[in-house]
Design a protein around this ligand. Structure first.
Ligand code: NDP
Length: 262
């Protein structure tokens, strides 16, 4: 039996075990998916190998560390330096990124997106911003600290809370972890209020709860979505890698989506 896991801190909220196990169970694939609470990202590689995993997903805050843990990184993950999926290929750790395409899948219903504001400058932001730029979308990034913005400067208009000036956006995406295990906003209320007055759509990478940011969008009658569809999108792509494309994508999608009803 193949064993898979999600690594993160926190990790108890993760729906990934439910999603992947639902696919394995319904499609008779001999595998099991568990969760591993990992505080120190530098221990990712050793922990992965000690657990004899066939593959893993990596969530907050270890995606950049996961890039370093791999022997080889393929596709879009190589462009962004952020890995959310690792496959054990004959003892070698191969890294991929399925978050960005998962998010593009999630926002398909928001038509005509040409201008996006990204809140946060962590691993998820890095993947999304690079993907948006590939599609010729104009991107701005707003982050609490200045240091993390450095790697975004060639791709987007960057600001911190002190230097931020609002313009018009088609979509604003929260990729910070504010609201994940607390009731914080991704930026001070005064800034968020201005932003919400100037956007058509709002999305949050956080799933399974209405974050304070989404609550404000809801109060202002802005069309919004949480991170569930992004989660589904990245999960389907990761499962295809885990099962070496042996299962049909439509079936993976069907049974993974079913797990959301539980
Ligand atoms: P990282 O740890 O790499 O980055 C976190 C970012 O959040 C940083 O920019 C940090 O700013 C900012 N931040 C953290 N706390 C606060 C706060 N209280 N106020 C304002 N900014 C804050 O995380 P990831 O990019 O890996 O993940 C970010 C979020 O996206 C998580 O909540 C994760 O669960 C979610 N996610 C969801 C997915 C899905 O499938 N739905 C997929 C991927 C991620 P600073 O630089 O100042 O520290």
């Amino acid at each position: 039996m193949k064993l898979f896991s999600i690594f993160g801190d926190p990790v108890s909220h993760s729906r990934s075990p439910l999603m992947h196990n639902s696919v394995f169970k319904h499609l008779d694939y001999d595998a099991c998916y568990t969760r591993t609470h990992l505080k120190d990202g530098s221990k990712l590689r050793d922990t992965f190998l000690n657990l004899k995993l066939s593959g893993a997903n990596i969530t907050v805050p270890h995606k950049e560390e996961a890039f370093k843990a791999c022997d080889e990184v393929r596709g879009f993950a190589k462009t962004v330096g952020v890995v959310n999926t690792i496959i054990n290929e004959n003892g070698k750790l191969i890294g991929y990124n399925t978050d960005a395409d998962g998010f593009m899948y999630a926002i398909q219903e928001f038509k005509e997106i040409k201008n996006i504001l990204v809140l946060g400058a962590g691993g998820t932001a890095k993947a999304l911003v690079s993907r948006f730029v590939q599609d010729d979308i104009k991107v701005s990034v707003l982050n609490r600290s200045a240091s993390r913005l450095e790697s975004f400067k060639s791709l987007a208009t960057c600001s911190t809370w002190d230097t931020f000036e609002v313009t018009k956006y088609d979509l604003v995406v929260n990729t910070t972890s504010a609201g994940l295990k607390d009731e914080e906003l991704p930026a001070p209320l005064e800034i968020i209020t201005k932003i919400l007055q100037n956007t058509s759509f709002v999305a949050d990478a956080i799933y399974g709860k209405l974050t304070p940011f989404l609550k404000l969008a809801q109060n202002k009658n802005i069309t919004f979505k949480d991170g569930s569809d992004m989660l589904l999108g990245q999960g389907v792509l990761a499962n295809e890698l885990f099962t070496n494309h042996e299962l049909k994508k439509e079936d993976i999608q069907k049974y993974m989506a079913k797990s959301f009803e539980l």
